[in-house]
Ligand binder design. Structure first.
Ligand code: T5A
Length: 215
């Protein structure tokens, strides 16, 4: 019988290096002989990618209420879990996901101010037991996060999306929320100090993964 794969999520403020390090970790796991699937939230399925366009760029032209925003993130997640993550894990593939349920708790709970226990309940409904084995929280301060977003936008000729345009106080609440979650679940959520050189950060990511999951 195939043994179940492992499920690793990357979380943290914008520009904290999630995409950079998820790709580096995937390459290293593949080199170690694992089958690896990379995915992201919101997105990762046709329905999820359509939801991503609505959420990021006001694609309908209509303001999105905070309640609808929360439920759209959860809808994308419910779809991703059932169509992509669960089947991949069952076939022995390691799944690396760029953001997952902790982002909803941090952004919609701590950031927007929804009751945290309510958000956690809706998360549980969406994931139906499919929780990460390990979460890497890429922690940067918000000034660094904003600078990196600017750099990314200059390089890729992009602009900040709807949530990235929130004020500094919102982003500070989100970061504090992520850190609070890492204290609530210290075994699952490992804080990676992501303001160092990229290679040093990659070494910490590998050490957390190899220490916890013996790849
Ligand atoms: N959201 C999401 C919610 O509100 N609720 C939810 O439930 C979910 C799932 C999604 C948005 O939706 C919100 C959160 C977000 O606002 P996203 O696509 O995940 O957005 O976007 P970001 O987090 O904004 O992704 P970014 O690509 O901007 O950030 P990353 O992936 O963290 O960072 P990365 O690797 O792209 O790096 C950004 C820049 O920094 C540089 C890179 O080269 C790049 O230019 N960099 C470094 N620079 C210096 N030192 C290092 N160590 C560096 N590492 C990377």
């Amino acid at each position: 019988m195939t043994s179940r794969g492992r499920f690793i999520t990357f979380e943290g403020p914008e520009g904290s290096g999630k995409s950079t390090h998820i790709r580096r970790l995937a390459a290293r796991l593949e080199a170690a002989g694992h089958k690896v699937l990379l995915t992201r939230e919101p997105g990762g399925t046709p329905t999820g990618e359509a939801i991503r366009r609505i959420l990021q760029h006001d694609a309908t032209g209509e303001p999105i209420s905070p309640e609808a925003e929360l439920l759209l993130f959860e809808a994308s997640r419910a779809q991703l879990v059932r169509h992509v993550i669960d089947p991949a894990l069952a076939s022995g593939t390691w799944v690396l996901c760029d953001r997952f349920m902790d982002s909803t708790t941090a952004y919609q709970g701590y950031g927007r101010g929804f009751d945290i226990e309510t958000v956690l309940d809706i998360n549980r409904f969406a994931v139906a037991g499919c929780e990460p084995d390990l979460t890497l929280l890429m922690d940067v301060d918000i000034r660094e996060s904003l600078q990196r977003m600017e750099g990314r936008n200059r390089l890729n000729q992009t602009v900040n999306d709807r949530i990235e345009r929130e004020d500094v106080a919102f982003h500070e609440r989100v970061r504090a929320g992520f850190l609070a979650l890492s204290q609530k679940w210290p075994r699952r959520i490992r804080v990676i100090h992501a303001m160092r050189q990229e290679d040093e950060v990659a070494a910490s990511v590998w050490s957390a993964v190899s220490g916890e999951l013996s790849p």
